[in-house]
Design a protein around this ligand. Structure first.
Ligand code: GLU
Length: 449
């Protein structure tokens, strides 16, 4: 059986790091098996859904290299939900309810006050036809609940959490449709998973209790409407927490635009999130195939996964050091060639810093003040400078011999005079890029200060 997975964001905001992780894992789950990864836009909530977020979701997935194999939108599938709803109604699995939000809230308060779980008491289910007609004659418009079968225990083998069990009598019959006819999340999602042949539902553990309820929906829908389809497998991954160890507000708004602004490469986000919360080591792995081959739900832990910006920065820097010139050429300062990239790359934490370092080559540079002794030494260096295959090695060898200097005394004034800095890229690589003319000018200028 081939795998079809889906990522189902609601377009009510930008994707945040938790969503991105879910999207990534769903894609990996499918791709590892040569299957399909679908993007399903959950936009049944017309009031809160925004077209601009649909666009940013697509753009973010593209930036991350997580393009889906297909896209569906719930707002275009309303007729399918209507048909499923009718089928469930005929099967006696949905019923109208007339309580107002205030009435429901009051019931909850009373139950909680008595120390009882706030489970819906099924008053509406117990109503007679005459009572319903009387309500509607007075203008009441019902919302609709899915009727859980209390005799059908709920159990599944979760891909991350193992064996799960729920007693349906301990759950409220979920509201699936509002009085205005609009859909809540529960039913359309289950209908879509069946209708689109989704084999694996992988999502955050905040959905565990939804799964419990949806399992009965799946069973009822398969019986009533989708006899050839099968219940998907379920897996719920532990949530992401911030470094402080709490469900952090900041993580809820941290997304691709922030990563881009910080100069984080998409591949760093992928390498971190692919393995965060698993028993596999988080490493700066640039090759997605390697990440894919080692992806395995059985390595996922049940404890919350800790997202740490510093770890993302470390992975980013390590990946920048591996980037090939061809991959970054379009983002580099003018004139910077492959040799320039190679010289400078080890000093970068972000690709965007390349232009700061490239200025050491193109100038102008700020030369520090030198002691009289160093100025004499640099004058000597200007004279000794000769252009060859390896001008730096030749310069060092000549100066060692002429001045007897060694170590820091030999190297540091040269680096300072040639780059204006105490540290930086390998001088053997940098000096040929600076070139003979500029090198001589800088040495002369330093000697004359
Ligand atoms: N739109 C739902 C959400 O964003 C989808 C959950 C699911 O994966 O079924 O939470």
């Amino acid at each position: 059986m081939t795998i079809t997975s889906r990522f189902a964001p609601s377009p009510t905001g930008r994707l945040h790091v938790g969503n991105i992780r879910t999207a990534l894992h769903n894609r990996m789950l499918a791709k590892k098996a040569g299957g399909k990864f679908l993007l399903r836009i959950d936009d049944t909530d017309a009031e809160r859904s925004r077209e601009e977020y649909v666009d940013t979701i697509r753009a973010d997935l593209a930036w991350l290299g997580l393009e889906p194999d297909g896209e569906e939108r719930q707002s275009q599938r309303l007729a399918i939900y209507e048909a499923a709803f009718e089928a469930l109604k005929d099967a006696g699995r949905v019923y109208p309810a007339y309580e107002t939000a205030q009435e429901l809230e009051l019931k909850r308060k009373v139950q909680l006050g008595r120390g009882l779980p706030p489970i819906y008491d099924r008053t509406a289910l117990a109503m007679s036809d005459a009572e319903r007609s009387a309500k509607e004659a007075k203008g009441a418009v019902p919302h609709w609940r899915f009727k859980l079968d209390h005799d059908q225990p709920i159990a599944w083998d979760d891909g991350v959490r193992g064996a799960q069990k729920f007693d349906p009598a301990q759950l409220s019959d979920p509201v699936i449709r509002r009085a205005d006819g609009s859909w809540l999340y529960m039913l359309p999602s289950a209908v879509d998973d069946l209708d689109m042949g989704v084999t694996d539902v992988l999502r955050g553990e905040d959905h565990v209790s939804n799964t419990a309820v949806q399992i009965q929906m799946f069973t009822a829908l398969i019986a009533a409407q989708y006899p050839t389809q099968q219940m998907p497998r379920f897996a719920h991954e532990a949530l992401l927490i911030g470094r402080e160890g709490k469900l952090s507000k900041r993580l809820g708004s941290l997304g691709c635009d922030a990563f881009r602004e910080q100069g984080i490469e998409p591949q760093a986000v992928i390498a971190l999130l692919a393995r965060l919360g698993t028993s596999l080591p988080v490493e700066p792995i640039a090759d997605r195939q390697v990440l894919l081959e080692t992806f395995d739900l059985s390595t996922f832990g049940r404890a919350p996964a800790r997202f740490d910006d510093a770890e993302l920065e470390r992975i980013n820097a390590a990946l920048v050091h591996q980037l090939d010139f061809a991959e970054v050429a379009h983002r580099l300062p003018e004139g910077m060639d492959e040799a320039g990239w190679h010289a400078i790359r080890p000093n970068l934490s972000h690709v965007g810093e390349a232009s700061e370092w490239w200025r050491l080559v193109t100038g102008p540079i700020d030369s520090p003040e030198f002691s009289d002794e160093d100025r004499l030494y640099l004058g000597e260096a200007a004279k000794a400078l000769s252009w060859s295959e390896d001008p730096w090695q030749d310069l060092i060898a000549a100066l060692k011999e002429r001045t007897g200097r060694k170590g820091k005394q030999l190297f540091l004034p040269l680096r300072q005079a040639l780059t204006g800095m105490d540290h930086g890229p390998d001088m053997g690589e940098l000096l040929p890029l600076i070139g003979e003319e500029r090198a001589r000018e800088r040495l002369d200028a330093a000697a004359a200060l």
